[in-house]
Design a protein around this ligand. Structure first.
Ligand SMILES: NC(=O)c1ccc[n+]([C@@H]2O[C@H](COP(=O)([O-])OP(=O)(O)OC[C@H]3O[C@@H](n4cnc5c(N)ncnc54)[C@H](O)[C@@H]3O)[C@@H](O)[C@H]2O)c1
Length: 264
């Protein structure tokens, strides 16, 4: 079993939601962290909050879509702490909309998902994650670090109506642990470097809590535990995936029993 104490995590999207909750969870247990997000203000404030509680953290502005930002992020982590033990790429966005919207009266298509809305989600949730993970994994290999790449998929990988862009990226996240694990195995690295993905259902982050009550009620009708998954429950689950070195190459759901499936 790995210990969180003195382990180093690189977390993107760290200023908000799951990334932020995980940074708290990790540092409260003695882990060190590199926090990355888009804006200085939100990151700086959060970093200071953690430091006041005795955490050993640094922060860096990083737009995950930019190759150079990811290179610098991974190098900063090694310069500050000498190693990387956990990569948690939480930077992500949604831009929901129907693939095609036919007009009720004419039956003809009146609106389509724009290429821009498709591409922006792919750029951040897929290309961005690829770059963060590639750059951090390179440093993990080169510094002889031991640990975990934990991708963030979603139950949307199963195909959620209104999310063809987002669901496609999350399905890609669900494939990557197998590919990366197989490659690490082939190169004799899999004993010290693992890759998994978590697939959360509906988590009570600001984004989800701010949905209108009707939409939220509709969601909860399909969640047997009768509530949203708490961000802390996701953070603690990722902590356990880090500690337990038998967990590798797989996607682990955390959704309160959510009844999955695409609904019209
Ligand atoms: N909240 C949920 O219910 C849920 C469920 C399943 C999966 N997820 C996934 O978990 C991850 C985190 O989601 P969240 O709910 O915490 O979202 P969030 O919106 O609270 O946080 C996302 C963070 O990513 C940052 N970000 C966006 N674009 C970026 C970029 N180009 N470069 C760097 N940072 C960028 C944002 O500034 C924000 O701080 C996402 O990948 C999301 O798809 C969330």
């Amino acid at each position: 079993m790995l210990e969180i104490r003195d382990s180093v995590a690189v977390i993107t999207g760290a200023a908000s939601g799951i990334g932020r909750e995980f940074a708290k969870y990790w540092t409260e247990r003695g882990g060190k962290a590199v926090l990355a997000d888009l804006t200085e203000e939100s990151l700086e404030e959060f970093k200071q909050e953690l430091q006041q509680n005795g955490a050993d953290v640094i922060s860096r502005i990083c737009d995950v879509t930019q190759e150079e930002d990811n290179e610098c992020l991974a190098l900063d982590a090694v310069e500050a702490f000498g190693k990387i033990n956990l990569v948690l790429p939480c930077a992500g966005i949604i831009k929901d909309g129907l693939f095609l919207s036919p007009d009720k009266e004419t039956g003809k298509v009146k609106k389509k998902m724009s290429l821009l809305d498709f591409q922006q989600v792919v750029d951040i949730n897929l290309n961005g994650v690829f770059l963060t993970v590639r750059e951090c994994a390179e440093q993990m290999v080169n510094t002889g670090s031991r640990g975990l790449i934990c991708l963030v998929s979603s139950t949307s990988a199963q195909g959620t109506a209104g999310q063809i862009n987002y669901s496609s990226t999350k399905a890609a996240m669900a494939t990557m642990p197998r590919v990366i694990t197989a490659e690490f195995f082939r190169k004799g690295l899999a004993e010290r470097l693992r890759c998994v993905a978590v697939a959360p259902g509906y988590v009570g982050t600001e984004m989800v809590r701010n949905m209108n009550q009707k939409a939220l009620d509709g969601i909860l009708e399909n969640v047997p535990i009768g509530r949203l998954v708490e961000p802390l429950e996701v953070a603690s689950f990722i902590g356990e995936l880090y500690r337990n070195e038998a967990l590798a190459g797989e996607v682990f759901p955390i959704h309160g029993g959510l009844r999955l499936g695409s609904k019209g």
